[in-house]
Design a protein around this ligand. Structure first.
Ligand SMILES: Cc1cc2nc3c(=O)[nH]c(=O)nc-3n(C[C@H](O)[C@H](O)[C@H](O)COP(=O)(O)OP(=O)(O)OC[C@H]3O[C@@H](n4cnc5c(N)ncnc54)[C@H](O)[C@@H]3O)c2cc1C
Length: 256
């Protein structure tokens, strides 16, 4: 898994502080922004935390480049509606290299691993077979419509792989660009850094939290699963390991 923070709103604390001040002032936001000191901005951001007045933090966004993750993870992460995604298309990009993710519990179990690798090989063989079959039907059709050989080859491949991909597994690797605002990120970290989330999205969320915390410890000081800053919110589904989770996220934040 590779994740990097490729961009974020500059001066995040100042933007949020200006947004918060604007609500109670007759001055324009751009003027407030110029006149606000770093210290005052940090104070205001800290104060907002206890208020439930969350719209100011929506003005700050973080953009991540994410790759080496599975389509299973993609299904989970795209459930977060308050985010923007651009995802590599299986419709337009042929799976020539067929990179796939192997869950650690499978790779560490030789018998399970053998079954898994066999299933992956079957998938890619079937994909290639279907793609070839469909392409050899479409290619002459495109030629007969007057397309050049080059265009017919390219068009028929695209048309073939968009249906052949139906046999590809959830394990397939994908890449995406994702942007979230701070309010949405805090919600994401609460749900996905939690032990109840699956290992892959939990690992990703934890890496993203580290990157965000490095930019702004103030904005993300309470970020993480609910038990990081209070009681576990998972009720009967609790993992029962709040103490060790608190320690883990405490260390991550102290490590900075
Ligand atoms: C451990 C775990 C298990 C899960 N299991 C399943 C499962 O079995 N099946 C399944 O379908 N999903 C499952 N999910 C996905 C989950 O239900 C959410 O869809 C996902 O976590 C996105 O969370 P969200 O809605 O808070 O985020 P976002 O979509 O980013 O929304 C952020 C917040 O905006 C508000 N909001 C957004 N849209 C609406 C709306 N339409 N109405 C009212 N408020 C809104 C809510 O306050 C929400 O928390 C699971 C998630 C987790 C963490």
């Amino acid at each position: 898994m590779q994740v990097s923070l490729i961009s974020h709103t500059p001066n995040p604390e100042k933007i949020i502080a200006a947004a918060a001040r604007l609500c109670y002032s007759d001055t324009e936001a751009d003027e407030l922004l110029v006149n606000i000191s770093e210290e005052k901005a940090n104070q205001l951001v800290n104060m907002l935390d206890g208020f439930g007045h969350e719209s100011p933090v929506e003005h700050v966004t973080f953009t991540f480049s994410i790759s080496g993750v599975s389509r299973s993870l993609l299904a989970q992460i795209t459930r977060h509606r308050l985010a923007s995604f651009s995802v590599q298309s299986q419709r337009y990009v042929k799976q020539d290299k067929f990179i796939y993710i192997t869950p650690p519990a499978i790779s560490q179990n030789p018998e399970a691993n053998e079954i898994y690798q066999k299933a992956m090989q079957n998938s890619i063989d079937t994909y290639n077979e279907l793609a070839d079959k469909l392409q050899s039907k479409y290619y002459p059709e495109f030629l007969s419509q007057g397309l050049s050989e080059k265009s017919a080859r390219s068009k028929s491949e695209k048309k073939a792989i968009e249906d052949a991909r139906y046999v590809l597994p959830n394990a397939c690797e994908t890449k995406m660009l994702m942007t979230m605002n701070v309010r949405s990120l805090r919600n994401f970290f609460r749900l996905r850094c939690c032990n109840r989330a699956q290992w892959e999205i939990r690992d990703l969320a934890t890496e993203m939290l580290k990157l965000c915390y490095n930019v702004s410890p103030i904005l993300f000081k309470s970020a993480g699963p609910s038990c990081c800053c209070g009681a576990c919110s998972e009720g009967k589904m609790t993992c029962g390991q709040a103490e060790s989770v608190r320690k883990k996220f405490g260390e991550i934040k102290n490590d900075r």
